[in-house]
Design a protein around this ligand. Structure first.
Ligand code: PLP
Length: 399
């Protein structure tokens, strides 16, 4: 008998499967609003000018040595400033244990393994819905999962009351996964006031907040504003954890550059925690890749390039916000009697449209429009050229 005879094909990834089907469709009208990667108004992938300039500056100057086990010190320092604040006392006091991670996914995974190793009886509370990979990550780290209410289907907004109930009813000292901004897949974020209430209740319950910040800058166009939830928790004295990614906000998807950080009681604890994070990374991938980290530290370490980056992030966010307005206006102009305010109320890369799986199937089969069956529209795939077609198709299948 063969070694691998018992191996069945794995279930298809729901998001990557959409792209495959899109690529196989010969229709000239086809639209891909499935994938969570930014596109320009011609539907093309974008490399930011600040990244191109950083690459020019780097070219030929770099050897190919290993980074330290924890990654690029300079990149980490700049990255922590984005999350914790330019003048963060925690940075000055060296209270943040941080390692360069294989983008946001890798940061989440190392954290989950760390949680499992040092608090083996803990669980993680995950919002409903969430980025599907969160479930896989904590499953593979053998951390039991619970869920908490987040999205309210009727209002297509936040189910704040149910969320707060779940926070209150969880055992004291529970771990919660929170999307720092631009929640995927719903595009629904708590307001600043709601974050304050959540933070307060976390304090009462002594919960731990782990922030997944995959879209800093993508929500409002301003990375500083998008860090507000984290800053509120910091002000309230929480010792948080945080996963950061440059996939979306610097367009460095394939470079796999990000950061995992854990705020500690003091410097001594931070040194210990960091050493253990590195210990977890060592047998997994040894040390992180060098090129993306160098791009990031070159950009953020140079005031001129950093300004260019800030302008370009804002440009991406603004294009998406513009497409939200256009999609909603087109639907209203077509006379759709349904409420579409949520298209413009939601924030970040995605619109959780409220379309049913059957309606999504009709969009795909009759109009060659591709998206995940949960009705999530990637606004980054909407352009001046296809927004009218998309609105018309949505109108037709929701009549
Ligand atoms: N977390 C969330 C909520 C995401 O949406 C994503 C990407 O889609 C990630 C993390 C991780 O992305 P990456 O590993 O490419 O940084």
């Amino acid at each position: 008998s063969s070694w691998w005879g018992a191996v069945e094909p794995a279930a298809k990834d729901p998001i990557l499967g959409v792209t495959e089907a899109f690529l196989a469709d010969p229709s000239p009208h086809k639209v891909n609003v499935g994938v969570g990667a930014y596109r320009d108004d011609n539907g093309k992938p974008v490399v930011l000018d600040c990244v191109r300039e950083a690459e020019r500056r780097i070219a030929g100057s770099q050897n190919m040595e290993y980074l330290p086990m924890g990654g690029s010190v300079k990149m980490i320092h700049e990255t922590l400033k984005l999350a914790y604040g330019e003048n963060s006392e925690f940075l000055k006091d060296k209270r943040i244990a941080a390692i360069q991670a294989l983008s946001g996914t890798g940061a989440c995974r190392v954290f989950a393994d760390f949680q499992r190793r040092f608090l083996p009886d803990s669980q993680i509370y995950i919002p409903v819905p969430t980025w599907a990979n969160h479930h896989n990550i904590w499953r593979d780290a053998h951390v039991p999962q619970r869920t908490f209410h987040y999205y309210h289907p009727e209002s297509r907004g936040l189910d704040f009351a149910a969320l707060m109930d779940d926070v209150k009813n969880a055992p004291n000292g529970s771990f919660f996964l929170l999307h720092a901004c631009a929640h995927n897949p719903t595009g629904v974020d708590p307001t600043e006031e709601q974050w304050r209430e959540i933070s307060y209740q976390f304090k009462v319950k002594r919960h731990f907040a782990f922030f997944d910040m995959a879209y800093q800058g993508f929500a409002s166009g301003d990375p500083e504003r998008d860090a507000k939830a984290i800053r509120i928790f910091l002000e309230d004295g929480h010792l948080i954890g945080c996963a950061q990614s440059y996939a979306k906000n610097m367009g460095l998807y394939g470079q796999r550059v990000g950061c995992l950080s854990i705020l500690c009681e003091d410097e001594l604890q931070a040194v210990a925690v960091k050493s253990q994070l590195q210990q977890i990374a060592r047998p997994m991938y040894s040390n992180p890749p060098v090129h993306g980290a160098l791009i990031v530290s070159t950009i953020l370490g140079d005031p001129e390039l950093k300004n260019l980056w800030l302008k370009e992030v804002k440009g991406m966010a603004d294009r998406i916000i513009g497409m939200r307005t256009a999609l909603r206006e087109n639907l209203e102009k077509l006379g759709s009697p349904l409420p579409w305010e949520h298209i413009t109320n939601q924030i970040g890369m995605f619109c959780y449209s409220g379309l049913t799986p059957e309606q999504v199937d009709r969009l795909t089969n009759e109009y060659h429009i591709y998206m995940t069956r949960n009705g999530r529209i990637s606004m980054a795939g909407v352009t001046t050229g296809n927004v009218g077609y998309l609105a018309n198709a949505i109108h037709e299948i929701t009549k």
